[in-house]
Ligand binder design. Structure first.
Ligand code: ITT
Length: 202
């Protein structure tokens, strides 16, 4: 029996939506995003952890829409910056209306006097809110290295300066399916997919 026919992808980040859709499109579930519902809440991401922020987003949108909801909180942790920008990754720079390129530039300016390699990891926590149930979490991590010159035009955010040393490619040089096969979000989505597949077969 299908316990839910629709799933709301509760993110305003188009890059995340593209990756979630690519991963989940094989499920017998209609994937909706915030544009379909013309629903945009202002949520202050003031949690101390990715999980707290992801749960806050998932719960706000399930309450507003009544639909099963998936939210994502993620970030980049750079060792030479003691784990910054971490949960502040989307707000990392003081330029108003900053672009992804501004945030990459700001991060590189913070790193320029630090010895390389600039080891780092992306972390993603997905929060799934289903009506009448506790929020469930799915996490993924991807290790890599920050490089001083951006490379590639795919992906979003810090992807052009995040190198996967084993491939000698940045995240922005990969297609969406390639990124999903090894990224933090792809790993979290894989756990979610296993959970949903089990749920749908019960
Ligand atoms: P929502 O809260 O609406 O989902 P957001 O972009 O504000 O969208 P976050 O608060 O989770 O999302 O911020 C995460 C930031 O971390 C994101 O804006 C990027 O700058 C960065 N980030 C997360 N995942 C990334 C990825 O796969 N590639 C590159 N940068 C990523």
């Amino acid at each position: 029996m299908n316990p839910f026919a629709k799933l709301l992808l509760a993110t305003s980040n188009d890059g995340k939506i593209q990756e979630m859709r690519a991963f989940l499109s094989g499920l017998p579930i209609e994937l909706l995003d915030l544009r379909h519902l013309a629903l945009h809440l202002h949520i202050t991401e003031d949690g101390a952890t990715y999980a707290e922020n992801a749960a806050k987003k998932a719960l706000a949108y399930i309450h507003a829409s009544g639909l099963p909801t998936l939210a994502d909180d993620s970030g980049l942790e750079v060792d030479a910056l003691n784990g910054e920008p971490g949960i502040r990754s989307a707000r990392y720079t003081n330029i108003p209306n900053a672009t992804d390129a501004d945030r990459c530039e700001y991060l590189l300016s913070r790193l320029k006097d630090k010895p390389r390699p600039w080891t780092a990891r992306f972390r993603c926590v997905l929060a799934l809110a289903l009506p009448g149930q506790d929020v469930r979490f799915f996490e993924g991590v991807c290790e890599g290295e920050i490089i001083p010159e951006p490379r590639g035009t795919g992906g979003f955010g810090y992807d052009p300066i995040f190198l996967l040393p084993a491939l000698n490619q940045t995240m922005a040089e990969l297609s969406t399916p390639q990124k999903n096969s090894l990224s933090h979000r792809g790993r979290a989505l894989q756990s979610l997919l296993s959970y949903l597949t089990r749920l749908l077969s019960e």
